[in-house]
Design a protein around this ligand. Structure first.
Ligand code: PEP
Ligand code: MN
Length: 334
């Protein structure tokens, strides 16, 4: 059960409500977010909502049978939109495109990418400055100085930034230079990181864990929401299966399933999802048709020279073609 409190509920009404819910055997979690205060009530008892519904101080009351609560669509039937400012909105019914290199490498690369994005009316640039690499000897990113350089160029060109935060200690340093914090697949269940991102007033995109279930992804989102941040985006990026023909197995099922289970926007990452450059386009198109709210993919002027993930990175001509095709799908998606 979720109870949304009226703003400014007085102390007496608040206490009466907590007592009444507690007396029915529920454990109450009080959650304050950027916009509202909720009582998330966990208990086994079947309860008639009218038991509490009349009590003063309640704005709305919902029965939510799912184990995850605040991210469930059972109480919030209208989908959440994430507003990045300057009319860049994720989840407004249009397909959000986020493109850029796997890793931010240098100023020239950033400038080239920004020009490519502007030429194709793309408003959000992806890229990593803190890179989770399987090998400690691989390129691990330019770090905070790289982020500052990237931010400056994006700011001058009206482009938003989505980038991965790998640990709690980076959040404060990155905050000013980031439009969306990305939680990578290796950190989906880093609950300390999720808790801390719940205290931040910036959107967070959580990638599905490498071997994570859909339910685990939803629980990760519940961590962020219940710590106070409602601005959450989910990302299907493929999972590890017994199949060896592709880097990961992109789970197309996850797109409609997530759209059914949660009110949060769902983004598809076909680059990591299949890991093979020539097949990124069909997977991206399939995800768009399946109902994704956006596509995030890797592009680089010369993929063969990319510092990381070149094998799954589109060149700018391929990227432009993908964008054209994605845009032409809008009729099917309506
Ligand atoms: C990335 O986006 O470059 C990345 C490392 O993704 P993931 O966490 O999905 O592997
Ligand atoms: Mn990558």
């Amino acid at each position: 059960m979720i109870i949304k409190l009226q703003a400014g509920i007085n102390h007496t009404h608040h206490q009466h409500l907590l007592d009444a819910i507690g007396n029915k055997g529920f454990k109450v979690n009080e959650i304050k977010t950027q916009t509202s205060t909720y009582l998330v009530c966990i208990g086994k008892a079947e309860v008639d909502l009218r038991t509490f519904g009349h009590m003063p101080g309640i704005s709305d009351i919902f029965h939510v049978s799912d184990e995850y609560k605040l991210v469930s669509r059972k109480w919030k039937t209208n989908y959440t939109q994430i507003d990045l400012g300057d009319n860049v909105i994720i989840g407004d019914g249009n397909l959000s495109i986020m493109a850029g290199p796997c890793s931010i490498e240098n100023e020239q690369q950033v400038l080239n990418t920004i020009q490519h994005l502007k030429d194709n009316n793309v408003k959000i640039m992806r890229g990593g400055v803190f890179k989770p690499r399987s090998s400690p000897y691989a390129f691990r990113g330019l770090g905070i100085d790289g982020l500052k350089m990237w931010y400056q160029l994006c700011k001058e060109n009206g482009i938003k930034i989505i980038t991965e935060v790998m640990q709690v200690s980076q959040i404060t340093d990155m905050y000013e230079y980031v439009d969306v914090f990305q939680v990578g697949a290796r950190n989906t269940q880093n609950f300390n990181l999720l808790d801390e991102l719940g205290k931040v007033d910036k959107p967070v995109m959580i990638k599905r864990g490498i071997s994570g279930t859909i339910e685990e992804l939803l629980y990760s989102a519940e961590y962020v929401f219940s710590a106070g941040n409602e601005k959450i985006v989910l990302c299907e990026r493929g999972i590890r299966t017994y199949e060896k023909a592709s880097r990961n197995t992109f789970d197309i099922n996850a797109i409609p399933l997530l759209k059914d289970k949660t009110h949060l926007p769902v983004i598809a990452d076909p680059s990591h999802g299949i890991g093979i450059r020539e097949f990124v386009e069909p997977i991206a198109l399939a995800a768009a048709v399946a109902g994704a709210d956006g596509i995030i993919y890797e592009t680089h002027e010369i993929p063969e020279k990319a510092a990381s993930d070149g094998q799954q990175t589109l060149n700018f001509a391929e990227s432009a073609q993908l964008i054209r095709k994605l845009n032409s799908l809008s009729a099917i998606r309506d």
